[in-house]
Ligand binder design. Structure first.
Ligand SMILES: [Zn+2]
Length: 196
């Protein structure tokens, strides 16, 4: 006895192969799919299957290409040497810090406003830009993908925003309101640089 599809109220639910886009990759599996409209339920167990598959790409799941100004590139060069990590590692740390720490910070809105209004922002952003390819792991992809939906920006834009935010922070030592979050950023990079 076949169930009727709740999405179209016509098709029958059958077990069949589905191809699910995940970033620029596709995950293929078998699921209960409507034979008329193709709808299937994105169940927790399906998500678990996708996560296991994504986690298995141990080094890089996808590459993201943020477009960054020449000043930002120079800053990343010198800063990554200081911590003895490579440039893409620093960009990943900036991204994770911005999404996991900064945006959850109490008073983030005010901080963001200061950063956006500060001179360094103009200095850093309105300049000649070039892209850099940043390989990311699946779990960072998931983090960026979530932010992408909330912020209504694509993955590269989310990364650009994160990097420009962190670089501007590091350029703005004089604003007292930012001292705490700058210290947090420094600590965050140091901890991860030691671990890598
Ligand atoms: Zn259907």
């Amino acid at each position: 006895m076949n169930k009727i599809c709740p999405a179209c109220n016509q098709g029958k639910i059958i077990r069949k192969k589905v191809i699910i886009p995940v970033g620029r990759k596709s995950f293929t599996t078998e699921a209960d799919v409507c034979d008329a409209c193709g709808a299937y339920r994105h169940t927790p167990s399906l998500q678990l299957e996708i996560d296991r598959w994504g986690e298995a790409f141990n080094k890089s799941f996808i590459e993201i290409q943020p477009n960054l100004s020449d000043v930002v590139h120079e800053f990343i060069d010198s800063e990554s040497k200081k911590y003895s990590i490579n440039r893409t590692e620093l960009i990943r740390l900036f991204t994770v810090f911005y999404l996991n720490v900064a945006r959850n910070y109490s008073g983030f809105k005010d901080i963001d406003q200061i950063v956006k209004n500060c001179e360094a922002t103009t200095l850093l952003i309105n300049r000649e830009k070039k892209t850099i390819s940043v390989p990311i792991r699946y779990r960072t992809f998931k983090l960026i993908n979530r932010a992408s939906k909330v912020l209504e920006r694509n993955a590269a834009q989310v990364m650009e925003e994160a990097v420009n935010f962190c670089v501007t922070l590091k350029h703005t030592h004089d604003a007292t309101e930012l001292k705490q979050i700058i210290a947090k950023l420094d600590q965050f990079i140091e901890n991860h640089a030691l671990a890598s």
